[in-house]
Design a binder for this molecule. Structure first.
Ligand code: ADP
Length: 457
C-alpha cells in the first residue's frame, strides 16, 4: 500500500486555512465596501449641502462669498467653487473662490474615474458637482470640487488595517489549528506506535494489549475494539498451541508403547517366543488408538470451515432408529421416551453422530446403569437428552468436558479408553447446527447430556 504523504493534522490545517482565508476575505471585502460606501455618501451629502448654501448666497447676479463662507463652513484649500453667470445677451462672467483659479489651471490633466469623481495629477481625487439654474433670462452654473483625499487616506488606512489584521489572524489561526489538530491526532499516533511495538516484539506472550486512550471517544472505541480483536486472535493462537501440544502428547503414548514392544520382540523373541503374540496385540491396539486419534483430529480440523445444511426431520424417529441400531450389553437396558412427533431443523446425519457419541459415553462411564433417550418439545425448541445413572459429571467439570483432550480422571479413564475428543467433536457439530449442547445432573444420579435444536429455519 503506498504510504500517504500527508498526516491528517496537515489536512485539517489546510482545510481550516482555506476556510479562514475565504472568511477573512469576505469579512475584509464587506468591511471595505461598507466603509467606502459610507464615506462616499457622506461626501455626496456634504456636496449637496454646499450646493444649496452656494445657491442661497447668490444675490444681485453674483455669489456672496462672505455670506457663503460663514454659512457653509468650508476649507477653502481643499474645496473649490466656480460660478458662471450668463445673461442672455451679454458675455458670461466667472466667479471663483480663493485658490480655485489656480486649481482649475491644471484642468488639462483631469480625467474622470467615474461619474462625479475626477483625478488631478497634482491635487489628487475630487468630487465634482455642477448644477445650472435660470433666473429670468440669466443662466447660472454652479460648480463645486471637494477633495476626496482625506477620505481616500482614511479608506487606505482601513484597508491596510484589515489586510494586516487578516494576515496576522490567518497565520495565528493556522498555527493554532495545526497545534490543535496534532493534539487531536496524538492518541491515534500513540495507538499506532503501540501497535508497531507489539508487532516488533520478539518474544510475544500473546497477552499484549494496546494502551486505551482516555479520549476522544472514537479513538478510545478503536483501542477497545482493537484489544478485543487482539484478545480473540491471541486466544485462538494459544488454543492452537495447546491443541498441537496436547495432540503430540496423546500420540506419544501409543507410539512409545509400539516402540517399546518392537524393541522387546527384537531382543527377546528368539529366547521367549511366547511374548510375541501379546506384544503384537499391544502394538495393534496402540496403532488403532493412534488411528482413531488422528481421524478425530482430522474431523475436528475439517469442521473449522464446515457448513452444515439444515433440513426438517422428526427427532423422535431419529431417536428410535439410533436406539434400535445401537448394540448395548445384556445388563445395560436402553429405553427411549418420545412425544409423538417432534420436528426439528438441523443437519440430520450430524445430529445422529452426536447421539451415538453420547450413547458411547453413557455406556463407557455409566457403569452399566440404564441409559435413557428422551425426546420432547420445550419452549426453547426440540430437545433430545441422553442420560445414565453412573457417577455423573461434577459442577466444576460440566464446562470442561467439552474441551479438547479433557478427561475428568486421567488414571481411571486410561483403563476405559478414549481420546478426550468425543465431546469436543459433538459440541462443534452442535455449534455448526446453531444448536445447544450441555450436561446437567440426572436424577437421582448420573449425567444427562441435553441437545436443544431449533424448530425454525
Ligand atoms: P473420551 O474420549 O475420553 O470419552 P469425551 O470427550 O467423550 O472423551 O469425554 C470427555 C470426558 O467427559 C470423559 O473423559 C469423561 O471423564 C467425561 N464424561 C463424558 N461422558 C460422561 C458420562 N456420561 N458420565 C460421566 N462422565 C462423562
Amino acid at each position: 500500500m503506498p504510504k500517504p504523504t500527508e498526516s491528517s493534522a496537515t489536512r485539517i490545517s489546510r482545510a481550516y486555512a482555506w476556510l479562514l482565508t475565504v472568511l477573512m476575505l469576505a469579512v475584509g471585502l464587506a468591511t471595505v465596501s461598507v466603509v467606502g460606501a459610507h464615506l462616499v455618501r457622506n461626501k455626496q451629502e456634504d456636496a449637496a449641502q454646499l450646493m444649496t448654501t452656494l445657491q442661497n448666497s447668490f444675490a444681485d447676479n453674483k455669489p456672496d462669498w462672505d455670506y457663503w463662507r460663514d454659512t457653509a463652513n468650508v476649507n477653502m484649500r481643499t474645496s473649490f467653487v466656480r460660478v458662471i453667470v450668463k445673461p442672455k445677451t451679454k458675455t458670461a462672467r466667472y466667479y471663483y473662490t480663493k485658490h480655485t483659479q489656480a486649481f482649475l489651471k491644471d484642468n488639462w490633466d483631469t480625467w474622470a474615474l467615474w461619474s462625479h469623481v475626477q483625478y488631478q495629477k497634482k491635487h489628487g481625487i475630487y468630487y465634482h458637482l455642477a448644477e445650472t439654474k435660470h433666473y429670468g433670462t440669466t443662466k447660472v452654473t454652479y460648480e463645486l470640487w471637494l477633495s476626496l483625499n482625506n477620505m481616500i487616506e482614511l479608506f487606505k488606512l482601513t484597508l491596510l488595517v484589515i489586510v494586516v489584521m487578516s494576515v496576522i489572524g490567518l497565520l495565528l489561526g493556522i498555527w493554532l489549528i495545526h497545534i490543535f489538530a496534532r493534539r487531536l491526532n496524538q492518541p491515534l499516533v500513540d495507538l499506532t506506535t503501540a501497535a508497531e511495538t507489539i508487532v516488533e516484539t520478539k518474544d510475544a506472550t500473546y497477552h499484549e494489549t494496546l494502551p486505551v486512550p482516555a479520549g476522544p471517544a472514537e479513538v478510545q472505541a478503536l483501542g477497545v475494539e482493537f484489544n478485543r480483536l487482539l484478545a480473540s486472535l491471541n486466544q485462538q493462537v494459544i488454543r492452537d498451541h495447546q491443541f498441537v501440544s496436547d495432540a503430540s502428547h496423546e500420540l506419544r503414548t501409543p507410539l512409545a508403547a509400539i516402540r517399546g514392544h518392537v524393541g522387546l520382540i527384537r531382543r527377546h523373541a528368539k529366547d521367549h517366543p511366547e511374548i510375541v503374540p501379546e506384544s503384537l496385540a499391544t502394538i495393534e491396539a496402540s496403532s488403532l488408538a493412534m488411528q482413531e486419534l488422528i481421524e478425530r483430529l482430522l474431523s475436528l480440523s475439517r469442521m473449522d470451515h464446515a457448513h452444515l445444511a439444515g433440513d426438517w426431520f422428526d427427532l423422535s424417529k431419529l431417536a428410535n432408529r439410533v436406539a434400535a441400531a445401537y448394540p448395548v450389553g445384556d445388563h445395560q437396558p436402553l429405553q427411549v421416551i418420545t412425544d409423538n412427533s417432534v420436528l426439528a431443523y438441523a443437519h440430520r446425519d450430524s445430529i445422529e453422530q452426536v447421539v451415538v457419541a453420547l450413547l458411547n459415553n453413557a455406556e463407557k462411564y455409566g457403569e452399566n446403569s440404564q441409559i435413557t433417550i428422551q425426546v420432547s418439545r420445550t419452549a426453547d425448541g426440540a430437545e433430545l437428552s441422553v442420560s445414565d445413572q453412573g457417577p455423573g459429571v461434577s459442577d466444576a467439570d460440566k464446562d470442561k468436558v467439552f474441551d479438547r483432550f479433557y478427561r475428568v480422571d486421567a488414571s481411571r479413564e486410561k483403563q476405559i479408553g478414549g481420546t478426550g475428543l468425543g465431546l469436543a467433536i459433538a459440541k462443534r457439530l452442535i455449534d455448526l447446527n446453531h444448536s445447544e449442547l450441555k450436561v446437567v445432573d440426572n436424577h437421582p444420579t448420573g449425567a444427562r447430556f441435553v441437545i436443544t435444536l431449533p424448530t425454525n429455519d
